[in-house]
Design a protein around this ligand. Structure first.
Ligand code: NDP
Ligand code: PYR
Ligand code: MG
Length: 539
């Protein structure tokens, strides 16, 4: 008869949640049946991280680094997260933007380890069974996409699964959400990406997207079933197509614990960067005029939160809307335009029309331009020079992802404004020396806020997330930007500080929930300490 205890050590080494590889101590090895299954001398955590880093340094292509990290994630979760936490600046661009974009584009060609939950339109009516198959006993955070608008790369269908996986890695690394309690989900209703429909290795359904009632019913079934199994779960909607993103937020925001990261998370991080820029400009929010290139989820999400902030500072709402103008694929959004989507209407002002962005810049004379239309190079020399002529310190936010979709790079932004731009970008750019000054641009990316927002909401067991929580997160993040950061042109803290930022944001968001009667967990005496203690640490 086989003695099962003899196999337990080997099982542990195969389980990414429990495996610590050569870091197991002699005592643990004896207790867990690991003696002889590992090199004899235990290694320290520092040695393990150094070994992985050395191997990664030998790999040239970011996509190959991503695959290496993915296999580490699949074999030794705590080491993966230690590496990500200790070297966030270096490895976030691999696990997240820009490399995650390529991971999605190649997803069906590099797929090795199934991770998360795949729900297809063919599963309609049977989603409960799929949810029951998920091995996680508890789930605190779900990131779900239907792959229709992945970064600025368009419809990626099932390949979009790379995004929930990447975002949830950040939830753990940046905000200490226990990885065993995270669940990436992709809803596959088909794709309109012809390249994938023709690709023999594509892993998703090979038909055009199902829309309308069948789509809505599948999302509803998914929401019902995950909440039936995990009643307090936070659902983060990510990279849905424009129409569905607004529709789902409208449908669920006040009913369940959820948020749309592209609309609301992006709004918080951008407003935070604006607050930092205003410290350099020594001006108020009320003195600014914003012109958005793009009028979708990110643009109207950001513009609406700016309006909320202005109203909170005492401005009349109708007046506040006038501080934000949109420019979409048909030109400047004006009151004379017909058939505008609901999210654009409050920003359709009595203005002359402008077909070219540069003409809109001349007309609106913005203090800040925000690029969220995935139109690379749109902030060209002419636009940037015009901004520099209008403003002593033009705010330039080139937020589209990945790097290939950025409206301009950091070097161009600083050079074309004679080093006067206050710049942030969705994807990372290296430091730049322009006009005798050293600039360290940082990322205006929702990764600074969504982990902390989720942490706070999960900690407090919030019932739902009102817009005020996002304003709170924006202001909390802005407080963490130091004078040294501002002196080098950084509108955000370094990525190495994002875990500390999440504690502050988490505590502030949880506090908001307690104060507004939205929390169902007991309030601890020292909220910030309790939030910090709640966080998973890969030890
Ligand atoms: N840095 C960050 O944290 C984030 C960055 N983003 C980035 O923002 C970009 C847009 O995302 P999102 O808002 O969700 O997408 P949406 O699809 O909701 O919106 C895209 C917008 O771009 C407009 N557009 C398209 N082509 C042009 C053009 N040639 N000129 C002007 N406007 C144009 C569209 O116009 P129309 O309305 O007429 O169709 C639409 O309003 C993506 O690249 C994404 O990666 C998104 C979220 C977070
Ligand atoms: C950052 C992000 O959420 C996006 O580009 O969609
Ligand atoms: Mg997104």
């Amino acid at each position: 008869m086989t003695d099962c205890s003899k196999h337990s050590g080997a099982d542990i080494l195969m389980d990414p949640h429990r495996n610590h590889g050569v870091a197991f101590s002699q005592k643990e090895r004896a207790e867990l049946g690991l003696r002889g299954l590992l090199p004899p001398v235990p290694a320290s955590s520092e040695q393990q991280v150094a070994r992985m880093h050395e191997m990664l340094s030998r790999i040239e292509l970011p996509i190959d680094k991503a695959m290496f990290l993915d296999s580490l994630h699949a074999h030794d979760e705590s080491l993966f997260f230690r590496l990500l936490i200790e070297r966030t600046e270096e490895y976030m661009p691999i696990v997240y933007t820009p490399t995650v974009g390529e991971v999605c584009q190649r997803f069906s060609h590099i797929f090795r380890y199934p991770r998360g939950l795949y729900i297809s339109i063919n599963d309609a009516g049977q989603v409960r069974e799929l949810v029951e198959n998920v091995p996680n006993e508890e789930v605190d955070v779900i990131v779900v996409t239907d792959g229709q608008r992945i970064l600025g790369l368009g419809d990626q269908g099932l390949n979009g699964m790379g995004i929930p996986v990447g975002k949830l890695s950040l939830y753990t690394a940046c905000a200490g959400i226990d990885p065993a309690k995270t669940l990436p989900v992709v809803i596959d209703v088909g794709t309109n990406n012809q390249e994938y429909l023709n690709d023999p290795l594509y892993l998703g359904l090979r038909h055009e997207r199902i829309t309308g009632e069948r789509y809505a019913a599948l999302i509803e079934e998914f929401v019902q079933e995950v909440r039936r199994r995990w009643p307090n779960v936070l659902i983060q909607f990510e990279d849905f197509g424009n129409h569905n993103a607004f529709e789902l937020l409208h449908r669920y925001q006040e009913k369940i614990l959820c948020f749309n990261d592209d609309i609301q998370g992006t709004a918080a991080v951008t407003l935070s960067g604006v607050y930092s820029a205003l410290r350099i400009k020594k001006e108020t929010l009320a003195e600014q005029r914003f012109l958005f290139l793009g009028a979708g989820e990110a643009a109207t999400g950001i513009a609406t939160l700016i309006v909320d902030a202005l109203v909170d500072e005492g401005m009349d709402r109708a007046e506040a809307y006038k501080h934000c103008c949109l420019f979409d694929s048909k030109g400047l959004v004006t009151a004379s335009r017909t058939g505008l989507a609901a999210n654009k209407l409050p920003f359709a002002h009595d203005l002359d029309s402008a077909d070219k962005f540069i003409d809109a810049v001349r007309l609106v004379r913005p203090t800040c331009i925000v690029g969220v239309a995935a139109q690379p190079g749109a902030f060209n020399s002419e636009v940037l020079r015009e901004m520099a002529a209008i403003n002593e310190h033009p705010m330039v936010f080139a937020l589209s992802n990945p790097t290939s979709r950025a409206e301009c790079d950091a070097e161009t932004a600083y050079r074309e404004t004679d080093g006067r731009a206050l710049f942030a970008s969705g994807s990372p750019f290296p430091p730049v020396d322009v006009c005798g000054k050293h600039f360290v641009p940082r990322q205006g990316n929702n990764c600074y806020v969504f982990p902390g927002l989720g942490l706070g909401a999960v900690f407090a067991k919030a019932t739902w997330m009102p817009d005020g929580m996002f304003l709170t997160a924006a202001r909390e993040l802005a407080k963490l930007v130091s004078e040294e950061d501002l002196a080098q042109g950084s509108l955000y803290p370094s990525l190495g500080e994002v875990r500390a930022a999440s504690v502050k944001i988490g505590a502030a968001v949880a506090d908001y929930a307690y104060r507004h009667g939205l929390a169902t967990a007991d309030r601890p005496d020292d909220l910030e300490a309790a939030v910090a203690a709640f966080m998973y640490k890969p030890e």
